[in-house]
Design a protein around this ligand. Structure first.
Ligand code: BG6
Length: 484
């Protein structure tokens, strides 16, 4: 086996009991159970493991398994525990089921992973109850761990996130808390660190001397669908910026960590957030634009006079040696022309042209695009000789597409994250300090928008978002949303 193959072998986790709260909900049904099933089919779900699905609805093991559908090999691991999250009854039942599952496992230790696919207030209620019933308690005599995965949103501003953190820290050690951001589970997002730190050719150029600008786009075609109730109290800043967008930014711009160790990487990500130039409420309009797609207020469960933004664009700067004065443009929105996620790094033009009649500025700077969706891969635009006349220079693309490897990584984010959680590896989960820094950074924006009577700028569904966002990148334009 050569070294490449050696590192490509997934480690299989020890036995565990996976307890899913919110098991009948959308996330569990669409993402979590399919991800666990895939792990099982890939032999990455220990045969001695058990899944306990907790929910309020009336199901037996059998009828819940029928709901999940599919082959019985995976389903035999699944059991259903019915009850109300706020009543003791479900925790008593759960305790007995946990004990039975652990006793059944002859391999040792048998870990416990709780997945709280619930709203923020419910997450806290469940955690308190789990703690009251001694279900979160780890013991020095027993190497088995107990970890809890928290879905986003983690808080809705600095005060609530800090409050939630404090309350959780009364019940759990930080090492037991796994805050999820599914973007970190995407192959293409993990690739950012590999590209930057497993190659020599990019890192020396990854700085203000050579980079003109960085543009991060997460554009969606869909609107709020059936999530109006959640989304109208959240908006794009909370739903996409505080988490996914800032994670992408941190991975792109952070310094080299001392190792690939979870805390070493997370230290650098948090440090990067601390280096972002704080936003000043008085000049916010020069750096931030918020929009709302026309008809948003007619979506189900959305207030008819809602001021919630469905689009956000921002220009920000990172005040450190590496990024001095390099603009970072970030935008994310719903009901845009196309679903497309990418990070585009535009390099500066050459300082001097030797080619007759071609000025240095006539030659576009190289652009490295890290493609997250729908293409998954990367491409680098270079100026090169085109066949033909002697001075014929044009832009050529060097491209790598993950689909050429015969594997589509698109659906793997939850699978990766669940496997890591089962292995007790927190590197792709968010640490408390990152959460707090992210909310702190966005506080002036949140409070200004919330206290303003102005509505976000309306934009046509299927468009590129509000034209007002063009002022951020002017005189240049945003990258097109069309696929290239
Ligand atoms: C979720 C947001 O975290 O990410 C959704 O709550 C959004 O509003 C989704 O649609 C986008 O994820 P992806 O993987 O489809 O880009």
């Amino acid at each position: 086996m050569n070294w490449e193959e050696l590192f490509c072998v997934e480690m299989a986790p020890m036995p565990a009991v996976v307890v899913i709260f919110g098991a009948t909900g959308d996330l569990a049904q669409r993402k979590l159970f399919p991800a666990l099933r895939n792990l099982h089919d890939r032999k990455l779900f220990n045969e001695q493991s058990t899944i306990i699905a907790c929910g309020r609805r009336e199901y037996s093991d059998e009828s819940f398994r029928t709901l999940l559908g599919g082959d019985s090999d995976f389903l035999q691991h699944v059991h259903y525990c019915r009850g109300d999250n706020s009543e003791d009854d479900i925790y008593l039942k759960l305790a007995a089921m946990l004990k039975a599952a652990a006793d059944k496992s002859t391999d040792y230790p048998c870990n416990t992973l709780f997945y709280l696919a619930l709203s923020s207030p419910d997450m806290l209620i469940v955690c308190r109850k789990l703690a009251e019933h001694g279900l979160l308690q780890e013991s020095v005599a027993d190497p088995a761990w107990k970890h809890v995965i928290f879905e986003k949103p983690f808080g809705r501003d600095l005060a609530t996130a800090a409050g939630l953190n404090d309350k959780l820290h009364e019940l759990l050690k930080e090492e037991q808390i796994y805050r999820i951001d599914h973007y970190l589970g995407k192959e293409t997002v993990q690739n950012i660190l590999m590209l930057r730190f497993a190659n020599m050719i990019f890192e020396p150029l990854w700085r203000a001397e050579y980079i003109e600008k960085v543009e991060i786009t997460v554009a969606e075609e869909l609107g709020v669908e059936r999530r109006g109730n959640y989304y109208d109290h959240s908006g794009a800043l909370r739903d996409m910026f505080q988490n996914h967008m800032l994670q992408l930014l941190a991975l792109t711009a952070m310094e080299v960590p001392s190792s690939f160790d979870a805390d070493a990487v997370r230290d650098e990500k948090t440090k990067l957030l601390r280096s972002i130039r704080p936003f000043d409420r008085r000049t916010l309009d020069q750096y931030w634009v918020r929009g709302q797609y026309a008809d948003y207020c007619r979506e189900p469960d959305v207030a008819p006079d809602s001021k919630t933004e469905t689009y956000v664009a921002a220009k920000l700067f990172i005040d450190n040696w590496r990024w001095r004065d390099v603009p970072f443009f970030l935008r994310s929105g719903k009901r845009l022309g196309r679903k497309k996620s990418e990070i585009a790094i535009t390099f500066k033009s050459i300082p001097h042209s030797i080619f007759p009649n071609i000025a240095a500025g006539d030659l576009p700077g190289n652009v490295l695009v890290l493609q997250i969706f729908p293409q998954e891969g990367m491409k680098l635009a270079l100026q090169a000789k085109k066949p033909g006349a002697k001075l014929c220079i044009g832009t050529m693309q060097l491209e790598f597409d993950y689909s050429s490897l015969g594997k589509n990584p698109a659906d793997d984010a939850y699978e990766r994250l669940l496997l890591d959680a089962l292995l007790g590896d927190p590197s792709l989960f968010i640490r408390s300090d990152f959460i707090l820094e992210s909310w702190k950074l966005l506080s002036p924006v949140l409070s200004t928008w919330e206290s303003s009577d102005e509505k976000p700028i309306l934009y046509a569904p299927g468009s590129n978002g509000p034209a007002a966002a063009d002022k951020l990148t002017a005189p240049a334009a945003w990258r097109q949303l069309e696929l290239d």
